[in-house]
Design a protein around this ligand. Structure first.
Ligand code: APR
Ligand code: PHB
Length: 389
């Protein structure tokens, strides 16, 4: 087979890139290791920056988002029984939209289907060849049948565990990583959210987050040791611990119920440089990972896709190489700002095992300053709603 852009990975980054390229008549084929149902079963964060909303509109995939998404003008931050609000719209003029990443992915798959976009599911043994030449190709197999795609470019949208990043030689690539000494135990429950807005909670017992998908589907997280497993936690134990970490008045109104999903995610900050090698371009989790505290994973994948889409569009429409030559530096400039915000917010809100009493006092002083200072709130809000592309 031949195509213009071979896209490795059928998650949000790969799907969004394919759909945007399609709007400009640029052909692509997506190779996805899993099945569509498997991809759609993943539970991931659901806070969308306006930049991502605009990209989904440009891709013709934002109708359901606008119909079913919830506009959030702010978020709540608590420490002990204290709680204050960061008013995004007052501070930045911009809200965020709460809409499950699963729904974003579902909308993107529907758009690919409507456009007749080619997605190879169950693609195994994907290997990227001659990425450092002007005639790259990709080999893979489906049901044991060997296949090959000759292409102009390869977009590595295959996440942290994919093959794309590892295709860049180790003497070319530089990885930066920080692993956090805790994880997030998350549950999904068919219960009304405890609050119409998200609550990020710092407590002496550890971090907690109260989020939601809709009026009767809530998403809650508590910080847990990296050695914990989901089966170590009964629903009752989870609810009891969550109640201890959020303000008492919120705990009193919390509606509990059976978990319909329970999982533990490790937390890491990770960036690989460069995000381009020859005709291979990395997008999204293939190139960087953030702790979910700032909800920057999907939103930073979106800005990568924006930059790569415009670079490829410029190449095909004008012959200019400037966009593709500048892609890595441009994407990394915003990636590092998202990494910084996610790291900062994670340090502010979590209980670190090696924290001294002084460190804990510094956290509380930071929270008190954020509560009292408009400039500090504006800086936080500008990062949360999304820095400009
Ligand atoms: N070959 C083909 N597909 C692969 C391979 C491979 N070798 N390895 C991984 N994949 C697929 C995965 O099955 C997954 O569907 O690539 C896709 C990568 O999707 P994500 O991991 O979702 O990454 P990305 O599209 O960059 O989205 C970033 O979505 O999943 C969240 O936490 C993530 O919020 C972040 C955002
Ligand atoms: C979620 O709803 O899953 C969610 C929201 C905000 C975050 C992380 C996760 O920062």
């Amino acid at each position: 087979m031949k195509t213009q852009v071979a896209i490795i990975g059928g998650g949000p980054a790969g799907l969004l890139l394919a759909q945007l390229l399609h709007t400009r008549g640029i052909e692509s084929i997506i190779l996805e290791r899993k099945t569509r149902d498997y991809v759609l079963a993943r539970i991931r964060a659901g806070v969308l920056e306006q930049g991502l909303v605009r990209l989904l509109q440009e891709a013709g995939c934002a109708d359901r988002l606008h119909a079913e998404g919830h506009v959030h003008d702010g978020t709540l931050i608590s420490y002990g029984d204290e709680m204050f609000r960061i008013d995004f719209t007052d501070l930045t003029g911009t809200p965020v939209i709460v809409y499950g990443q699963t729904e974003v992915t579902r909308d993107l798959y529907a758009a690919r289907d409507a456009a007749g976009g080619l997605i190879e599911f169950n693609a195994e043994n994907v290997v990227i060849h001659d990425a450092d030449s002007d005639r790259p190709h990709v080999t893979y197999s489906v049901d044991g049948m060997a296949r090959r795609i000759d292409c102009d470019f390869v977009a590595g949208c295959d996440g942290f565990h994919g093959v794309s990043r590892k295709t860049i030689p180790q003497d070319v690539r530089r990885d930066y990583e920080k692993v956090y000494p805790f994880g997030w135990l998350g549950i999904l429950s068919e219960t009304p959210p405890v609050n119409p807005e998200l609550i990020y909670a710092n407590s002496p017992r550890g971090f907690a987050l109260c989020s939601m998908r809709n009026e009767n589907l809530s998403r809650y997280y508590i910080q847990c040791p990296t050695t914990d497993r989901p089966e170590d936690w009964t629903d009752d134990a989870f609810w009891a611990e969550l109640k201890r970490r959020i303000p008492a008045d919120q705990a009193e109104t919390l509606v509990t119920g059976p978990s319909i999903e329970k999982s533990i995610a490790p937390l890491r900050s990770f960036v690989t440089e460069p995000m381009r090698w020859g005709r291979l371009f990395l997008c999204g989790d293939a190139a960087h990972i953030v702790p979910p505290t700032g909800a920057k994973g999907l939103n930073t994948a979106a800005s990568d896709v924006h930059y790569l889409y415009h670079a490829l569009r410029s190449y095909y429409e004008t012959g200019s190489q400037d966009g593709i030559d500048g892609y890595s530096a441009k994407a990394l400039a915003r990636v590092w700002k998202a990494e910084r915000f996610s790291w900062w917010f994670s340090n502010l809100m979590h209980r670190f095992p090696d924290h001294s009493e002084f460190d804990q006092k510094m956290q509380l002083a930071d929270l008190a300053f954020l509560r009292s200072n408009r400039a500090a709130q504006q800086a936080m809000a500008e990062n949360y709603v999304g820095l400009p592309y």
